[in-house]
Design a protein. Structure first.
Length: 399
């Protein structure tokens, strides 16, 4: 048995019909509504435990994904009464994010977009809430404060300037939309300038010759020259961490959306081809793309739905044949998620998408193992976003 599908075999997979998509979204919204009593003043952890999330404070880099689920539910509510329930919950959470950034509580890292685009930018776009705008702009200021002019990138983690932390990671491509929004909202080009310098540096270095991607990339703090790539959460340095590759798919699409730089379409095609060529038979990637059918390894369903969102976004800007190809691929992967991986019964889980992987330890990486074969909160969010994109093709995204 082959480890991965042949791309031509994608033609044989079915796409979801409108009834399947609507039904899946209705269930997802009902899950969010059921969870509000426990997760309005508190937030779900990054990953479930035995498929159930436990509540905690707004301190992790992942809490914005849950608020994003609330706003997607607000957009999909069936009645005005239900819409008001979601709006109130979302606005309560916005106040938590405003307090967090004002108090600088666990914000010394680059994940401001993950936190504030889906919570506060979304709230401001949907309701005009001024506190949401204030919080998001403070988060954008915090993000540009991590920019390293020597090398031209936003430093991901750690004390600024330390050699062992002088690196960016592929995830940051999804934090940049916060800066594009801030530039549009304020008219101040400093935000856009940092975003465009970072994405230029990232895409010049993070994509390898075979079109797989580095998770992290180190720059020389003295010269600003590229130094070396490494993994933190992938299986080993030379392999392709599935979620990182998916960030590359979505990140290049968003990069093109904001810059219209034609070379980003080429980058998108490269990283997406590699992702699609390393899918197993049921189209749900293993946690690292070096693994496939026959390997006794964990899946990562979150990577599948991140890539789906990226393909649906980029398809809006492509020539007709390319647009149809990536839209079809996205729909076919999403149907596999709906049928085989989505939660169908609240007794089984209070999440949305099963068999995600937060972080899998290997003999060759540096991560701490967490959330293996569990729901992960970003997987839940991107699953809902993917469904919403098919229901509302002209959706004004939160990113």
């Amino acid at each position: 048995m082959e480890k991965w599908i042949a791309l031509k075999d994608l033609e044989n997979y079915p796409k979801p019909d409108s009834k399947e998509i609507r039904s899946a979204m209705d269930f997802a919204v009902s899950q969010v509504k059921r969870n509000l009593p426990e997760f309005t003043d508190r937030f779900p952890a990054a990953n479930s435990e035995n498929n159930f999330y436990v509540p905690g404070p707004n301190t992790d880099w992942t809490t914005g994904f849950w608020t994003g689920e609330i706003w997607l539910s607000y957009e999909n509510a069936e009645t005005e009464e239900e819409k008001e329930i979601f709006r109130k919950a979302g606005e309560i959470q916005v106040q938590s994010f405003l307090e967090r950034i004002r108090n600088r509580e666990n914000v010394d890292h680059h994940d401001m977009g993950f936190l504030y685009s889906l919570s506060c930018v979304a709230a401001y776009k949907l309701t005009g809430m001024e506190d949401a705008r204030t919080a998001a702009l403070l988060a954008a200021d915090n993000l540009i404060s991590r920019f390293q002019p020597v090398g031209g990138f936003i430093q991901a983690w750690g004390e600024m300037g330390e050699k062992e932390n002088y690196r960016f990671i592929i995830d940051c491509l999804l934090n940049l939309p916060l800066l594009y929004w801030a530039a549009e909202e304020t008219g101040e080009e400093k935000y856009r300038e940092v975003a465009e310098k970072h994405i230029h540096t990232a895409l010049a270095n993070v994509i390898r010759e075979d079109d797989s991607t580095w998770h992290t990339f180190f720059m020389n703090p003295e010269t600003g020259e590229p130094d070396h790539g490494a993994t933190c959460q992938g299986y080993r340095d030379g392999s392709a961490w599935a979620r990182g590759q998916a960030w590359g798919v979505y990140g290049t699409a968003i990069g093109y959306r904001y810059t219209r730089r034609e070379e980003y379409i080429g980058y998108f095609k490269r990283v997406t081809r590699y992702f699609l060529e390393h899918l197993p038979q049921d189209l749900c990637p293993y946690w690292d793309l070096t693994f496939g059918d026959g390997d006794e390894e964990a899946r990562d369903s979150s990577s599948a739905v991140i890539a789906v969102c990226g393909m649906l976004e980029m398809s809006k800007y492509m020539e007709k044949a390319d647009s149809a190809y990536y839209t079809d691929a996205a729909r076919k992967i999403l149907r596999q998620m709906i049928v085989k991986y989505a939660v169908k019964d609240p007794k089984d889980s209070n999440g949305q998408l099963l068999m995600g992987t937060y972080s899998k330890k290997s003999p060759y990486n540096t991560c701490q193992e967490a959330g293996v074969d569990e729901c992960v909160i970003w997987g839940d969010y991107f699953y809902m976003e993917a469904l919403h994109r098919l229901l509302v093709p002209d959706w004004k995204m939160y990113w």
